[in-house]
Write a new protein. Structure first.
Length: 105
């Protein structure tokens, strides 16, 4: 599987991970990836599954910092594995998240 396809899956999975872990608590925000570290481990020859988790610092400080400052960073760790369980990709996605300003009336 082409590296670009793996990267696209991993980036989408990191956004989904943010939404799953924090979406209900944060409301409307603007989020953008500001940095990525990627390691391609083994060739991906079949369908892939994505597994994502926030890093420890994000789990512990994300909501408090977003509440206090209106913006924060988040690091999401992503592993892609094929259906046999072989790790093909590991990524660290660094996000910038900011609350959206209230609508102008």
């Amino acid at each position: 599987m082409h590296a670009a396809a793996q990267f696209a899956l991993a980036e989408a999975a990191s956004a989904e991970c943010l939404q799953r872990h924090f979406g209900a608590a944060v409301g409307s925000v603007f989020a953008v990836v500001r940095g990525v570290e990627v390691k391609y481990r083994k060739p991906a020859l079949a369908g892939l599954l994505a597994f994502g988790v926030p890093d420890e610092n994000t789990r512990e400080h994300f909501l408090a910092e977003l509440t206090a400052r209106g913006r924060t960073g988040a690091v999401i760790l992503i592993d892609l594995k094929d259906r046999t369980g072989t790790l093909t990709f590991h990524g660290k996605f660094d996000w910038f998240i900011s609350r959206l300003p209230p609508p102008v009336r």
